[in-house]
Structures are given as structure tokens and as C-alpha cells.
Design a protein around this ligand. Structure first.
Ligand code: APR
Ligand code: PHB
Length: 393
């Protein structure tokens, strides 16, 4: 088999990159280890930055998002019994975020690839990357018991944190940076109207809580939990009681509860791999970096990597601009580290880390200061709606 760009992984990164390249007439093959249903079964965050929305529109896959997604002009922080709204739109020169689930983004991208006749090979086993420091890289995989060779010009490693691409980089050429947080998030999806029209991030002495949503009738809530907790430890009743206890009184009183339709526990991690390009192999999205979900940057960072790689590959393959390949890491990492900083800061000020009273008072002072000053609110707003993309020239 032969293609121009071999894409490993059919998550949002791989599918979006594949579709953007297809629109430029660049041939791609996507290799995915799991089945389409498995990929669509993963529930993940649902807040899209302005840049992500614009990129999905550019890819021509935004019709349903534009119809069903909710545009949010603000976000709230609650702490010390108060609730403070950040006016995202006014403070960021008119930018907003769109609430639309990652599962839906993935579904729209899968549909677009199918309609465009793009090749996606699901349930590809034993994917291995070869010779990416030469100008004739190739990928091997096993399908129905047969080993197949896929020859290509470039490889895009879009296979997530546990994928093979990052692990294929030579150990002496890659450096990783990591922080693991001492707690998890217990998430619940329920068919109930959201407690508020905008997201609420709550600092409480019992621990962090987040009120989010998927639609007018579908709520997504989270509470900070112990890493030792099991989903079975958390009955619906216990979850709702704990969430209510962590919200300001008026919000708690407005909470509509109901049976959970999904419940899961996720760990929190910050992680960055440097560089993100190894010869003709590029790492994209979760394959190269992880953020804790506080701040909702995971999918948005994947989209900004895709934006950079799409333009670099387009100019490289169509205009012979091979000089751009070496710029990929630098362009991506400058934005990634700033999003890592914001996600780490949000995590740091909103969660309960220990019984240490001094640290808790510092968190409250920080929240009081940031939400009470126009400069502070502007900082939160411009990071939350997403920092600008660097042009590729
Ligand atoms: N071979 C082929 N495919 C693989 C392999 C492999 N060895 N390993 C993993 N994959 C697939 C996974 O099954 C998954 O479908 O790669 C895909 C990676 O998708 P994601 O994990 O969704 O990563 P990405 O597309 O970069 O999306 C980033 O996902 O985790 C969230 O917060 C993150 O929202 C962000 C988004
Ligand atoms: C979600 O809706 O799942 C969500 C929203 C915002 C976050 C994290 C998750 O910061």
C-alpha cells in the first residue's frame, strides 16, 4: 500500500488532520487499533475554543456543531460561598467558547471521512513505524492475520497517550516532563437540565466540583475524588449530595438530580514530550501531551497541533517547503506550554491538595485577586477562550 501521509489513530487529531489534508488533494490512510464504536464510546470534555471551532468550519464539518452546539460568553468560579462570572467575550475582544461534546466532533469527522471516500483501517493490529529518519518511511500492521506494509512520505502519530508513535522515538532523542496529581475526577452524565446556563468551576474545602453540560437536557458534573475510590463506592445519591455540598447555596438549591447514565473516574496528569518531530514522524495531540481537564484544553491543544501540521504538510507536499518540517515542534510547544501552565494553574487553585490551612487561604486569595481585578479576569478569559495560533510562513 502507498499513501502520502500515514496517520496513526482515528481520534479527533487523526480524523481532523486527515480531512483537512484530503480537502487539499493530499492522500492519507488512517490506521486505528480499535473499532469505530469503541472510539465513539469514549466520553470526554466538551468545550471548544474559538480556534477549534474555526478549524472545524474550515474543514467543512461544522454544520451540526453550528446547529446544536451552545455558544458560551462567560464562565463562573465559585469559592468561599461566592460565585464570580468571567465575561469571556467582553474580556477577549469578542471571542467565545462552544459547548459541543468531543464524541460528537469525532462522529462528524468520521462521517465526513466516509463521505469523502477516505481510507480508514480500523482494528489494525501491531502497528509499527519504520525508517522515519530516511526519506522512505513506512508503517506495518496486521489485518486479518496478514502483515501489510504502508509506504508514505510522512507519518502523523495521532495515537493518543498510550499509542505506539511516541514510544517509537529513539530514547536518546526524546525528553518528557510530567506531573501526576494526587486525586481524580468522578464524572457523571445525567439526563437533567443543567444547573446553570454557563459552566461553574468550584473551589470548596470538601474538594473541587464542576458543573458542565452537553445540551439543555443533558448535564455533565464532576467532583474531585480520591484515587483509591471505585465507581461502585459512589451511588448516585452520594454523588448528588457531595456535589450539592460543594456548590454555593443558591446553585445547590437549583440543582436538578436524576439517574446517572454514565459514571467514571479519571486521573489528572500534566505531560509534555519534546521534541514533537523525529525525522518524518510527527507527534500530534495526546500522543505528545496531556493536560488535566481543568480548563478543557485537551481537545483544543490537539486541534492547534493539527492546524500547524496541516499547514506545514500542505506547503511541504504542494509547494516543496521542506524547510518548514523542522519548525513544527517549536510552533506547537510554545502554545502547548502556555496551555499546560493554564491547566496546571486552574488545577492548583481549585482542588484540595492537603489539610494545610495556609495553602487553602492562598488559593482563596488567588481566586479573590484574579476574579476581582480586570487584569486578572482578562488573563483567565484570554487563556480560557484559547491563545492565538502562530502563523505558518
Ligand atoms: N495503533 C493504532 N491506533 C492506536 C494505537 C496504535 N498502536 N494506539 C492508540 N491508537 C488509537 C486509539 O484507539 C485512539 O482512537 O489512537 C487514537 C487516539 O485518540 P485520542 O486518545 O482521542 O487522542 P487525540 O486524537 O490526540 O485526541 C485528543 O482526546 O484524550 C482526549 O483530552 C484529549 O480531548 C483530547 C483528545
Ligand atoms: C465537560 O463538559 O466534560 C468538561 C467541561 C470543562 C472542563 C472539563 C470537562 O474543564
Amino acid at each position: 500500500m502507498k499513501t502520502q501521509v500515514a496517520i496513526i489513530g482515528a481520534g479527533p487529531s487523526g480524523l481532523l488532520l486527515g480531512h483537512l489534508l484530503h480537502l487539499q488533494g493530499i492522500d492519507t490512510v488512517i490506521l486505528e487499533a480499535k473499532s469505530p464504536d469503541y472510539v465513539l464510546g469514549r466520553i470526554r470534555a466538551g468545550v471548544l475554543e474559538q480556534g477549534t471551532v474555526d478549524l472545524l468550519r474550515e474543514a467543512g464539518v461544522a454544520a451540526r456543531m453550528d446547529r446544536e452546539g451552545q455558544v458560551h460568553e462567560g464562565v463562573a468560579f465559585s469559592f468561599a460561598g461566592r460565585q464570580e462570572r468571567i465575561d469571556l467575550k467582553a474580556l477577549s475582544g469578542g471571542k467565545t467558547v462552544t459547548v459541543y461534546g468531543q464524541t460528537e466532533v469525532t462522529r462528524d469527522l468520521m462521517d465526513a471521512r466516509r463521505a469523502a471516500g477516505g481510507v480508514s483501517i480500523y482494528e489494525a493490529q501491531d502497528v509499527a513505524l519504520h525508517d522515519f529518519y530516511s526519506d522512505k518511511p513506512y508503517v506495518t500492521f496486521v489485518r486479518d492475520g496478514q502483515t501489510i506494509e504502508l509506504h508514505c512520505d510522512y507519518i502523523a502519530g495521532c495515537d493518543g497517550f498510550h499509542g505506539i508513535s511516541r514510544r517509537s522515538a529513539p530514547a536518546d532523542r526524546i525528553r518528557t516532563f510530567e506531573r501526576v496529581y494526587p486525586f481524580g475526577w468522578l464524572g457523571v452524565l445525567s439526563r437533567t437540565p443543567p444547573v446553570a446556563h454557563e459552566l461553574i468551576y468550584a473551589n470548596h474545602e470538601r474538594g473541587f466540583a464542576l458543573c458542565s453540560m452537553r445540551s439543555e437536557q443533558l448535564s455533565r458534573y464532576y467532583v474531585q475524588c480520591s484515587l483509591d475510590d471505585k465507581v461502585e463506592d459512589w451511588s448516585d445519591q452520594r454523588f448528588w449530595d457531595e456535589l450539592r455540598a460543594r456548590l454555593p447555596q443558591a446553585t445547590a438549591a437549583a440543582l436538578v438530580t436524576g439517574p446517572s447514565i454514565e459514571k467514571s473516574i479519571a486521573p489528572l496528569r500534566s505531560f509534555v514530550a519534546e521534541p514533537m518531530q523525529f525525522g518524518r514522524l510527527f507527534l500530534v495531540g495526546d500522543a505528545a501531551h496531556i493536560v488535566p481537564p481543568t480548563g478543557a484544553k485537551g481537545l483544543n491543544l490537539a486541534a492547534s497541533d493539527v492546524h500547524a501540521l496541516y499547514h506545514i504538510l500542505r506547503k511541504t507536499l504542494l509547494q516543496g517547503r521542506t524547510d518548514l518540517v523542522a519548525q513544527y515542534s517549536g510552533i506547537c510547544l510554545r502554545r502547548i506550554w502556555k496551555a499546560e501552565r493554564f491547566s496546571w494553574w486552574m488545577t492548583s487553585v481549585l482542588h484540595r491538595f492537603s489539610d494545610d490551612g495556609f495553602s487553602q487561604r492562598m488559593q482563596l486569595a488567588e481566586l479573590d485577586y484574579y476574579t476581582g481585578s480586570e487584569a486578572g479576569r482578562t488573563t483567565i478569559a484570554e487563556n480560557y477562550v484559547g491563545l492565538p495560533y502562530e502563523p505558518i510562513e
